[in-house]
Design a binder for this molecule. Structure first.
Ligand SMILES: Cc1cc2nc3c(=O)[nH]c(=O)nc-3n(C[C@H](O)[C@H](O)[C@H](O)COP(=O)(O)OP(=O)(O)OC[C@H]3O[C@@H](n4cnc5c(N)ncnc54)[C@H](O)[C@@H]3O)c2cc1C
Length: 319
């Protein structure tokens, strides 16, 4: 077991996918429930803001950094906890710090299938639980059974079930900021060797497909969230057009719009990329430009899926 320590002035640019942003005033990597309690206790004692960091695949950190305690749950091995005797399904329990891709690999190795639909998406299981990771019609909540969380105000460790999360599209109880995930328990399908081989094939195909559609580094994936049906009026093929990339594509920003070292990906109009030593401020200005252009062209303002860390004020236009 690693000793639990709190470090000072730790760079964060190498710990997030945009590769931008300043340092954390304090930083720690808890593993056990007791480590998590110590981390929260330290933040309370020193009156510090806390930020739970996963793989940093959906965040943008201010160039000034984070003037508080960044808590990054340590990755640890996956445990197959199943005591259910079910012939069709098994339960696995995994730490919040484990990456989704390691989890997929480990579960396929033991003939447990399902998670491969999320192949190639970066993120820790804690980050996936936060946003309710999604890919087309698949959601993280399709697999979650329960979780161990820690409550910010009381420092208590709680066992919670799926209903507790109140999941929707980009929506969960965790977004209140009052609870943090320590571990998750997921229900996966038991498979034969042949079914597992097919799942592996699906995994490779999804990774190949994603590589052709999305930039592979220096991005946070979709910068803006898709619209809810009641936010848009444009109908396309008989359905409300909710996809923000559709509108951004129409205004012709893909691969062309830039601010400093930041640009809109040539592969996907809703993905901003740190192409050439961009600062977080470049990325913010670029996002504001996209908001302005979309408002002017379609009368609607896109809202971020990307989470902002360490900014003194909300950095985009029109919250
Ligand atoms: C190339 C690329 C492609 C992507 N494609 C997709 C996609 O297809 N679908 C999709 O849904 N997302 C996608 N994303 C976004 C990203 O993969 C997900 O949001 C992922 O869940 C982020 O996990 P993370 O560990 O990196 O979280 P971070 O970015 O580190 O944090 C995101 C949020 O989760 C919170 N959080 C992290 N850990 C915990 C915890 N233990 N307890 C409570 N809160 C926590 C953080 O505080 C923060 O608010 C993509 C990103 C990239 C870079």
């Amino acid at each position: 077991m690693n000793p639990f320590i709190i470090q000072e002035n730790i760079p964060l640019a190498d710990k997030n996918w945009f590769k931008t942003g300043g340092p954390a005033r304090y930083f720690c990597e808890p593993e056990t429930a007791s480590d998590f309690q110590q981390a929260l206790g330290f933040a309370k004692e020193h009156n510090l803001q806390m930020f739970f960091l996963g793989e940093g695949a959906n965040i943008l950190i201010s160039d000034e950094g984070f003037n508080g305690l960044v808590i990054r749950p340590r990755s640890a091995p996956l445990v197959i906890t199943d005591a259910s005797d079910s012939k069709t399904h098994a339960l696995i329990t995994a730490p919040a710090g484990l990456s989704m891709n390691s989890c997929i690999e480990k579960t396929l190795e033991t003939n447990l299938i399902g998670l491969e639909v999320f192949s190639g998406i970066p993120g820790s299981l804690g980050g996936c639980a936060y946003i309710n990771l999604h890919y087309f019609q698949h959601f993280f909540s399709d697999f979650l059974v329960s979780a161990q969380v820690i409550e910010k105000t009381t420092n208590k460790v709680l066992e919670v079930n799926l209903e507790w999360f109140k999941y929707g599209y980009n929506k969960s109880t965790l977004m209140s900021g009052n609870y943090f995930v320590i571990s998750v328990t997921l229900k996966l399908q038991r498979a034969t060797d042949t079914e597992t081989a097919h799942a592996l094939g699906r995994r490779y195909e999804i990774i190949r497909h994603r590589a052709s559609r999305y930039p592979a580094s220096n991005t946070c994936g979709s910068f803006f969230r898709n619209f809810h049906e009641d936010e848009v009026s444009l109908v396309w093929n008989g359905k409300k057009m909710i996809f923000v990339a559709f509108y951004l594509d129409k205004i012709g920003v893909k691969g062309t719009e830039t601010v400093g070292g930041a640009c809109v990906s040539w592969q996907h109009a809703n993905m901003l990329v740190n192409k050439n030593q961009a600062t977080s401020s470049d990325l913010i200005q670029l996002a504001c430009t996209l908001q302005e252009k979309m408002k002017a062209a379609f009368g609607i303002m896109p809202h971020p899926e990307c989470i902002f860390v360490g900014f003194k004020e909300y950095p985009l236009l029109d919250r």
